[in-house]
Design a protein around this ligand. Sequence first.
Ligand code: PDD
Length: 280
Amino acid sequence: MPNIAFVNGRFMPLAQARVSVEDRGFQFGDGIYELIRTYAGRIFHLDDHLQRLEQSAAAIGLSIVYSKSHWKAILEEARTRSRYPDAKLYIQITRGAAPRDHSFPKKARMSVIVTVRKLTPLPTDLREKGVAVMTVPDLRWGRCDIKSINLLPNIMARQKARSAGAFEAVFIRDGRVMEGAGSNVFAVIGGRIITPPKGPAILPGITRDQVIAQARESRDPLLEKGVSLEELLAAEEIFLTGTTVEILPVVQVDGKTIGDGRPGQTTRRLCRQFQQTTYR
Ligand code: PDD
């Protein structure tokens, strides 16, 4: 089954997809993206992803030329061509190719790219046993709510965590928990589910929204409020959320065991409930 690309209006095998070396995404990281999953051939929360894409675009002064229905048609066609039931749909939009100059080019055409790749699920024992995370100073900029393709601090942080044997890096800013390098963070503290509030310092995760809605539906006490590093270390339970990790229990932070070292009860229930929403 093929990996597919869509580049500025044309579908092709991913291996044949090309953009200019003068693309501002390549030169400056001047672009935005979305990563969307399919479950059993169905695209998960597409409207929410498209809405966030529009917000990111507006925030960096790009206006997306495709309507939502056009996007849906492109993504459905990409998905159908790939024939992967479980796939990762990646959208990237950059300010296009132009001679290198920091200010916006007058005449560049945006580069609009979609790729489809097979999704390899996380090993089940990670979800069953939970993962370790490592805290790192948040060296990112002030607009982490924009899903920018500038991910250097995220990849440096993730690599640091992986080199230390941890699965994810968790950013700490001014003593407070922000989010993971590619995920949002939730903790169960004093019996309440707590996650840092939306704002310019974190990405408004689609999975995060879904988990909050789920918790509200089952009348779990849930708060969107700041979490200090001390509170995180003393939490009863911790989990990460994200398109690729879904809901992933955390059982160790900086080498300290969380709870009894196994995924907590609330986390496990939320995982089960989440799976029921994913058409599996
Ligand atoms: N990342 N925070 C950051 C910094 C992220 O990069 C992501 C997702 C999330 C979770 O968002 P969502 O639930 O919408 O996937 C939070 C994707 C998966 C990536 O960069 O590949």
